[in-house]
Design a protein around this ligand. Structure first.
Ligand SMILES: Nc1ncnc2c1ncn2[C@@H]1O[C@H](COP(=O)(O)OP(=O)(O)OP(=O)(O)O)[C@@H](O)[C@H]1O
Ligand SMILES: [Mg+2]
Length: 660
C-alpha cells in the first residue's frame, strides 16, 4: 500500500510560500541594512571630517587674529619711536593697554638682538634676551612675520606672569587605553604666537613685537568650533558636537564635559590615536568612547613652525543620533519587510484555502463514492483544474450509479430466470417421476388385468346364461343379476386398467379438435348428470388441424368433462375454450367448471393412478389422460380455486415430433 502523506496541501503551500518570501526578504534585509549602515556611517564620518576642517579654520583664524593685533601694534609710530629710543616705560604701558584690550596673554617687544625692552604683562622684568623663542628668532633672522603654535616652558611663562604658569599646570588624570607617560605633571603650555618685525621710518629693522595666547584652559577656540559647527546642539541631554585641543597627548582645552558638568581636561589621548597622529602624523577618523558616550571622532596633528607635531586638534560628533537614525531606518525597513511577509502569508493562506477547501470536499465525495453512495451531485467553486476534476468525479458517480442499477436489474432478472428454470426442472422431474410410476404401474396393471380378464369373461358368460335361464320370479334371479352387474363393473375396471396400461402408440392423423369437442358436447348434453349444467363453448375460428389420435384425444376430453360435471353435482357452468398460441406452434384447450375446486396439496396427486375421492371412481381417468397427452408431446395443467372452480389446460403441438 502506498504511504499516505501526512502533510496537507494547505500547510505545504504555506510552507513553500513562506520560504519563497523569507529567503529573498532576509537577503534584501541584510543587504539593505548594510547599505543603510554604510551610508549613514559614511555620512557621519564625512560630516566629522568637514567639522574638523571647520575647526582648523577657526584655529587658524585665531592665529591670524593674534597676528593682526600684533601687526597693527607694531606699525604704530609711537611704538616704533619708543623702540628706537629704547623707551621701556612707555612701551610697557602702551603694550599693557593693548594686551588687556585685546585679551592677549603675552605682548612683548624686543630689539633687533632679541633683548626684551618691555613686557605688556610684567612691568618689572625687561633687559633679558628672548633668543630661545623660535618665532622671535626666525622673525629676527628673516625680518618677516612668523606665526603659529609653540610649546612654552614654565620658565618662559614665569617671566611673563606666575598666573600664566599656574594656568598651564596640570596634574595628569590617569586615562584607560592611554600610552604610559613619563611625567604625570604638566608644567609647559601650548601658545599661539605671532612675531612681527618692527621697522623704523627708513625701513630698517629695529626689533620684534611678540603677541601670544595660551591655549591651556582657554576654551575660546573649542567653544567657537562647537558653536559654528553644531550651534550648541544637545541630543538627549548630551552635546552633539565636541572639540578638543591636545598639547601633545594631554587634553588642555575641551568642551567635553565630565559627569559633574566640569570640562574634562587633563585626561590623555588613547594610544591608538597617539600612534596614528602624534607618531605617524596622520589624520585619524573613527569611533571613540569619549568620557561617557560614543563619538565619531576626527583628529589631526597641530604642528609648530618647524613642523614638529606638538598637539592634536580634535572634533567629535555624538554617535547616538546616527545610531538612532540607523535603527529607525532599519526598523522602518524591517517593518515594511514584515508587513510584506504578513501580507503575502495572508494571501498564501487564502490561496491555499481556495485550493485545499474544494480538494477536501472532493475527498469527502470520493470517500462517499467509495462507500457506495453514487447519488450525490455536487458543485465545487474552485480553480479550473479542480472544477474539471469535480466534474469528472460527478460523471463517474453518475455512471457508477447507472451501472449499479443495471447490475441490480440484471441480478433480479437472473434470479427470476433461475427460479423459472428451477420450477421447470422440478416440473420435469415430477413428470419424469410420474411417467416412470405410470409405466411400472401400467405393466403391473396390464399383467393383472390380462390374468383377470379371461376368468372374468367366463364368470360373466356363465352368469349371463344363468340369469337368462332363471325366471324373474326366482328368488336367485336378483342375486345372479347382482353377480352379472358387478362382473360387468369389474370388466369395466379391467378394461380401463388395460386402457391405462396399454400405452399403445397413438394412431395419429389430422384431426379437428373443435369438431371433436362439438361431438362430445352433443353426446353428453342429454346425460342426466349434465341436466343442470350450462355448457358454454368459445371455440377459436382459426384452429388448425393437428396430428393426433382422435380416439385417445376424445377420451381425454371426455374424462375431464365428466370430472367437471361430477364436481358440479347440483348446477354450474362448463366452459370450453380453444385457441391457437401466438407462436402458432401449439393449440390450447381450456375446460373450466364452477365446481368445488381442488385443494392445493392435492393438485399433484389427482394425476396419480387410483387416486380418487369418489365412491365409485377408479382414480384412473386423469392418469390415463395424462399418459395420452404426454404421448402426444403435449402438456396438461390444472388451476383451481376452492369453492369457485377448476380449469384444466391442455396444450397440444400442431406437429408432433413423430409426424415431423
Ligand atoms: N373438475 C374437478 N373438480 C374437482 N375435483 C376433480 C375434478 N377432476 C378430478 N377431480 C378429482 O380428481 C380425482 C381423480 O379423478 P379421476 O378422473 O382420475 O378419477 P375419478 O373421477 O375419481 O374416477 P373415474 O374417473 O374412474 O370415474 C377425482 O376423484 C376428484 O377428486
Ligand atoms: Mg374421473
Amino acid at each position: 500500500m502506498n504511504k499516505i502523506s501526512t502533510k496537507s496541501i494547505q500547510s505545504q503551500l504555506i510552507l513553500y510560500f513562506t520560504i519563497a518570501i523569507l529567503v529573498p526578504t532576509i537577503i534584501t534585509s541584510t543587504v539593505g541594512v548594510k547599505l543603510i549602515k554604510d551610508q549613514i556611517i559614511t555620512h557621519a564620518e564625512s560630516k566629522t571630517i568637514s567639522d574638523l576642517n571647520s575647526a582648523r579654520e577657526i584655529y587658524r583664524n585665531k592665529i591670524s587674529h593674534i597676528e593682526s593685533i600684533t601687526r597693527l601694534t607694531a606699525a604704530r609710530s609711537l611704538v616704533i619711536h619708543a623702540l628706537k629710543e629704547s623707551n621701556s616705560s612707555f612701551l610697557q604701558k602702551d603694550l599693557q593697554r593693548t594686551l588687556q584690550r585685546e585679551n592677549l596673554d603675552v605682548l612683548t617687544i624686543v630689539d633687533k638682538n632679541g633683548k626684551v625692552l618691555a613686557r605688556g604683562r610684567n612691568a618689572k622684568l625687561f633687559g633679558d634676551v628672548l633668543k630661545e623663542d623660535k618665532l622671535v628668532k626666525r622673525a629676527i633672522s628673516t625680518n618677516r612675520i612668523v606665526s603659529g603654535a609653540d610649546i612654552v616652558s614654565r620658565e618662559y611663562l614665569m617671566k611673563e606672569s606666575p598666573a600664566l604658569a599656574g594656568q598651564v599646570f596640570m596634574d595628569v588624570t590617569r586615562t584607560q587605553k592611554a600610552k604610559p607617560r613619563k611625567s604625570l605633571k604638566e608644567t609647559s603650555g601650548l601658545m599661539l604666537k605671532a612675531a612681527v618685525p618692527v621697522f623704523d621710518d627708513n625701513g630698517s629693522f629695529i626689533g620684534v613685537l611678540l603677541g601670544g595666547t595660551l591655549l591651556n584652559r582657554n576654551f575660546e577656540i573649542v567653544d567657537k568650533i562647537k558653536e559654528t559647527v553644531h550651534e550648541k546642539g544637545i541630543y538627549k541631554g548630551r552635546e552633539i558636537g565636541t572639540a578638543t585641543i591636545f598639547q601633545n597627548d594631554l587634553r588642555i582645552s575641551t568642551n567635553v564635559k565630565n559627569a559633574d558638568g566640569t570640562r574634562a581636561i587633563s585626561t590623555l589621548v588613547s594610544e591608538e590615536v597617539y600612534d596614528a597622529v602624534l607618531i605617524r602624523g596622520e589624520r585619524f577618523v573613527g569611533d571613540a568612547f569619549v568620557v561617557n558616550a560614543w563619538y565619531i571622532s576626527a583628529y589631526e596633528p597641530i604642528r609648530d613652525i618647524e613642523n614638529n607635531i606638538i598637539g592634536i586638534l580634535y572634533v567629535g560628533v555624538l554617535k547616538q543620533p546616527f545610531d538612532d537614525t540607523l535603527s529607525k531606518a532599519i526598523l522602518t525597513f524591517l517593518g515594511i519587510a514584515m508587513g510584506g511577509i504578513i501580507l503575502i502569508i495572508f494571501i498564501a493562506v487564502h490561496q491555499a484555502k481556495k485550493i485545499s477547501t474544494p480538494l477536501r470536499k472532493l475527498e469527502e465525495v470520493a470517500k462517499k463514492i467509495e462507500d457506495g453512495d453514487y447519488k450525490q451531485q455536487f458543485i465545487v467553486k474552485a480553480p479550473r483544474e479542480i472544477e474539471r476534476l469535480s466534474a469528472s468525479l460527478n460523471q463517474m458517480a453518475k455512471q457508477l450509479d447507472q451501472e449499479k442499477m443495471e447490475l441490480e436489474a440484471w441480478g433480479e432478472k437472473l434470479e427470476k430466470k433461475v427460479e423459472a428454470r428451477t420450477d421447470e426442472i422440478k416440473k420435469i422431474h415430477a413428470q419424469l417421476f410420474r411417467s416412470e410410476k405410470l409405466a411400472s404401474l401400467g405393466k403391473l396393471a396390464a399383467g393383472v388385468a390380462h390374468e383377470i380378464n379371461n376368468p372374468l369373461t367366463g364368470i360373466l358368460t356363465n352368469a349371463s346364461l344363468l340369469l337368462d335361464d332363471l325366471p324373474k320370479e326366482d328368488p336367485r334371479h336378483e342375486d345372479v343379476d347382482v353377480i352379472v352387474k358387478e362382473t360387468i363393473r369389474c370388466r369395466e375396471i379391467v378394461k380401463r386398467l388395460l386402457d391405462f396400461a396399454r400405452q399403445t402408440k397413438p394412431q395419429k392423423q389430422l384431426v379437428d379438435v373443435n369438431s371433436i369437442i362439438e361431438s362430445i358436447i352433443l353426446l353428453v348434453r342429454n346425460q342426466t348428470s349434465f341436466r343442470n349444467i350450462a355448457i358454454q363453448k368459445n371455440l377459436s375460428g382459426n384452429m388448425p388441424e393437428i396430428m393426433a389420435d382422435k380416439d385417445q384425444i376424445q377420451q381425454v376430453f371426455i374424462n375431464i368433462i365428466i370430472n367437471a360435471a361430477e364436481a358440479m353435482s347440483k348446477s354450474g357452468t362448463l366452459t370450453i375454450d380453444t385457441l391457437l398460441s401466438s407462436t402458432k406452434d401449439f393449440i390450447m384447450i381450456k375446460i373450466s367448471d364452477t365446481g368445488h375446486g381442488i385443494p392445493e396439496h392435492l393438485r399433484e396427486k389427482i394425476f396419480d393412478p387410483f387416486y380418487t375421492t369418489k365412491e365409485n371412481g377408479t382414480g384412473l381417468g386423469l392418469s390415463i389422460s395424462y399418459g395420452i397427452i404426454e404421448q402426444h408431446g403435449g402438456e396438461i395443467n390444472v388451476d383451481s380455486t376452492i369453492g369457485e372452480g377448476t380449469t384444466f389446460t391442455i396444450k397440444l403441438p400442431i406437429y408432433s415430433q413423430e409426424s415431423d
